[in-house]
Write a protein that binds this ligand. Structure first.
Ligand code: AHM
Ligand code: MG
Length: 349
């Protein structure tokens, strides 16, 4: 048995992301390999960005780049860098017909030397989420999501190709630039995590079949905004803090979406970014942050909601749309969901 176990771990730890992608591609009978090439490009760009992020404290690249993005936020230099790397990698390889990024006002139509219009996928991404954390040496992440285009192949992409509900995603994932760099993704058949060995630049399968536990004991929310939260959210926070059964829960909030959800997926917990009187629609973006993270969360057995509806069933109406976000361990999000309904129905218990 011990031999078997050793053999198992030896095998697991020696499978590279490249090998995993090829194996996965073979599992789809009529696969053209396009999706595999997209994941491969993201893998490459992630390594480049990881290298740069790790050098952030060494060279003079920290701080705002002096530009503001469409949300009116200061852009950090590394945001711009990561945005360019991911976009250029995808464009150079001529494997997608369109790209939308949190850092760009509008979507990009990819017109390659042959005809990239003939490609069938669009990529949406947040190239460097939580970038205000870079200056203080705290983890940041990249979030991406892949959709099959809706408009006919061979024509330029339109807004319609990007404004698709999350249930249409064919792949989604994130890269976490933490104590080590990890790439975690799903193509709708579970969630797998790969850790970068920086010495040789190779991602290895380190977290096969990642799963949320049904229950958890971590809640992650920016409690500094407490006074601005809806009553239902205030009640839920008090519920988490109550001494009863397995409560009070532990509070953990990094302020870096990828890191907060990654930790909760491994340890069990709920992440909340609700509406508030300061941010009536919430802060996080449906297309670049919530949909891809929801696909991962659901594939790992968790739940993702805007407080009332399943995130992935929301019909987007604009590229940079924001939504409230509750995601994590199934029973925690269900409870939260119930709390909101009770509050809204006006019969708060
Ligand atoms: P960003 O896309 O501008 O980096 O903002 C998104 C980040 C998330 O990573 C994080 O969960 C959230 O904003 C933190 O917001 P706050 O500081 O309001 O708690
Ligand atoms: Mg972001």
């Amino acid at each position: 048995n011990t031999d078997k176990l050793c053999c198992y771990y030896f095998f697991q730890s020696n499978k590279t992301l490249g090998e995993f992608i090829i194996e996965n591609q073979n599992a789809f009978q009529y696969s053209s390999g396009e999706l595999s090439r997209i994941i491969n490009s993201i893998r490459l760009a992630a390594k480049v960005v990881s290298y740069k992020v790790n050098k952030a404290g060494l060279v003079d690249i920290v701080g705002a780049a002096g530009e503001r993005n469409i949300q009116g936020e200061d852009q950090q230099k590394l945001d711009v860098y990561a945005n360019n790397i991911f976009i250029q990698t995808l464009i150079n390889r001529e494997i997608v017909c369109g790209i939308a990024s949190e850092e760009n006002d509008d979507f990009i139509t990819v017109e390659g030397s042959d005809s990239s219009h003939n490609n069938k996928y669009v990529v949406l991404m947040d190239p460097l989420d939580g970038s205000s954390n870079i200056d203080v040496n705290v983890s940041v992440g990249t979030i991406f999501s892949v959709y099959r285009r809706i408009t006919p192949i061979g024509t330029p992409v339109t807004l319609e190709d990007f404004l698709q509900p999350g249930i249409n995603q064919v792949a989604a994932g994130y890269v976490i630039y933490g104590t080590s760099t990890m790439l975690v993704y799903t193509t709708g058949h579970g969630v797998n995590g790969f850790t970068l060995n920086p010495a040789i630049g190779t991602f290895y399968l380190s977290h096969p079949n990642m799963q949320f536990s049904e229950d958890g004991n971590i809640y992650s929310i920016n409690e500094g905004n407490y006074v601005h939260f809806p009553q239902g959210v205030k009640d839920y926070i008090k519920y988490c803090q109550l001494e009863e059964g397995d409560r009070p829960y532990t509070s953990r909030y990094i302020g870096s979406l990828v890191s907060d959800i990654h930790r909760n997926m491994i340890k069990g917990g709920i992440y909340i970014y609700p509406t508030s009187s300061k941010a009536p629609k919430g802060k996080l973006r449906l297309l670049y942050e919530c949909n891809p993270m929801s696909f991962i969360v659901e594939q790992a057995g968790g739940k993702a909601s805007d407080g009332f509806n399943r995130i992935m069933e929301l019909q987007p109406t604009e590229l940079h749309e924001r939504v409230p976000f509750f995601c994590g361990s199934m029973n925690m999000v269900k409870k939260r969901f119930v709390y909101n309904i009770i509050y809204i129905a006006g019969c708060k218990t």
